[in-house]
Design a protein around this ligand. Structure first.
Ligand code: AMP
Length: 283
């Protein structure tokens, strides 16, 4: 497996693979890899000739008061994880190489970014859409793999690819959880033992919401109240948002329709965690 640290070297490797007629799968990550990322790599490995994992903590998607500097970084460990999961290359560029001093072009979406994390983190999805577009142009993947853990991000990337006629198939992969239910996240590393226990409240609230929908609840106000009540039982938890939106447009809805996303962001101490479930009516 190769560690590729410049945009130019990545483009050259991609050109060589394309010349051989090989298909390429891309798994974009910010590193600090865990079983959630590994599931994306495994999905890519199963269907693509060459697998590229990008490891890039993208400064553009962090707000000024967020954890860009503190975000966990360990490229040696990440490289070993990628090798163990059959990746052909880890693409690990520097921020300076990705964003030169004259960089002036951004990819901005209209309304899909209004709610949920887009509302709480202004500019976040502008950073995500811009970096993912750049990664697609550099790696030219046939397929790109994203987790349902970041459900709004997945919906936004799918929309962007369709709207801008990008030549890539976006593959969504299920949320990977710890045995006790906590969704795997690089940010779980910030939690103290006490907070780690408290963080279980997110998956508990998600399960309660999911069970209510399965039992026929369609009123989103009642659903949000139910999930908020579960979060409210945990003193270390502070709700950033709990919302139910249309699964495609990401706009808040009053009633659960054919496709709905129930999503939450909750602070456990100073760590902001997200979780969600997607409801899709059976056809
Ligand atoms: P990140 O490194 O947090 O930017 O995440 C990189 C990719 O891994 C994104 O597509 C995430 O949705 C995905 N991912 C992160 N955590 C999980 C998880 N617990 N289960 C599935 N996918 C995940």
């Amino acid at each position: 497996m190769q560690l590729i640290e410049t945009v130019a070297a990545m483009k050259a490797q991609v050109a060589a693979w394309k010349a051989e007629g090989l298909t390429i799968g891309l798994v974009p990550t910010m590193g600090s890899l865990h079983a959630g990322h590994e599931s994306l790599m495994d999905a890519a490995r199963a269907v693509c000739d060459r697998v590229v994992v990008s490891v890039f903590v993208n400064p553009l998607q962090f707000g000024p008061d967020e954890d860009y500097e503190a975000y966990p970084r360990d490229i040696e460990r990440d490289g070993a994880t990628c090798a163990a999961h059959g990746a052909d290359a880890v693409f690990h560029p520097t921020p300076e190489d990705m964003y030169g001093p004259a960089h002036n072009t951004y990819v901005v979406m209209e309304t899909l970014t209004d709610a949920l994390c887009g509302a709480s983190r202004p500019g976040h999805f502008r950073g995500v859409c811009t970096v993912v577009t750049k990664l697609f142009n550099i790696v030219r993947p046939d397929k790109a793999f994203f987790g349902q853990k970041d459900a709004q991000q997945l919906a936004i990337i799918k929309r962007m690819v369709a709207d801008l006629n990008m030549n890539v198939t976006v593959v969504g992969c299920p949320i990977v959880r710890e045995a006790d239910g906590l969704a795997k996240s690089s940010r779980n590393a910030y939690l103290t033992a006490e907070e780690r226990e408290a963080a279980l409240v997110l998956s508990r609230a998600i399960r309660a919401g999911e069970a209510a929908v399965a039992a026929g609840e369609r009123d989103t106000a009642a659903l949000k109240e139910l999930m908020a009540a579960v979060i409210g039982e945990e003193p270390l938890a502070r709700i950033d948002y709990i919302e139910v939106v249309d699964g495609l447009t990401m706009q808040p809805v009053e009633t659960v329709g054919a496709s709905a996303l129930a999503a939450m962001a909750v602070y456990i101490g100073r760590t902001r965690l997200i979780d969600n479930f997607l409801y899709e009516e059976e056809a």
